[in-house]
Design a protein around this ligand. Sequence first.
Ligand SMILES: O=P(O)(O)OC[C@H]1O[C@H](OP(=O)(O)OP(=O)(O)O)[C@H](O)[C@@H]1O
Ligand code: HPA
Ligand SMILES: [Mg+2]
Length: 184
Amino acid sequence: MYEGEIASVLVTEQQIQDKINELAKQIAADYARDGVTGDLLLVGVLKGAVMFMTDFARALPMPAQLEFMAVSSYGSATSSSGVVRILKDLDRDIAGKHVLIVEDIVDSGLTLSWLLKNLASRNPASLEVCSLLRKPEAVKVDVPVRYVGFDIPNEFVVGYGLDYAERYRDLPYIGTLDPKVYSS
Ligand SMILES: O=P(O)(O)OC[C@H]1O[C@H](OP(=O)(O)OP(=O)(O)O)[C@H](O)[C@@H]1O
Ligand code: HPA
Ligand SMILES: [Mg+2]
């Protein structure tokens, strides 16, 4: 698949799955320690977080309900415009719920910073973030991300939900693109 289009693999399928199991155990233990007994409300950010959300929810050893929001800041570009649009809002009220935002990547942090403010204003009982990837060198706004899978270099990545112009989301690993993809 995608013959010659992937330049390197940054995080393998096995590394992703191992990390998800580790995060899921840690997160369930943290919520139990904090006395949270009800269901956790996972808010996945479409479309990028879909793969992570579904694997993470199944690995999590505590009951969780699933909600999705779609926001877009990238369109088909490789850098954030900073303008976040809601394409699909949550289907229900999150007041009094323990909400965990599930993201695929924190790059500039602009999407998440906006989303945290937006969801915090709806009065959840708690609001935390779990992101599979983070680019420490790309961060433009400081966002409190409690759980991070992997810190990666400041390169555009694809796979496991992450796209370039809507392609490559279906790869099971995280990789970088061959420069010829951008020029074609
Ligand atoms: O930290 P930032 O610089 O704001 O970038 C992170 C966001 O950008 C991507 O979404 P995108 O807008 O590409 O939508 P998609 O998930 O549908 O691809 C990604 O999935 C994150 O949600
Ligand atoms: O590196 C990236 N790849 C794909 N989508 C993204 N959205 C923010 N950063 C990225
Ligand atoms: Mg995208």
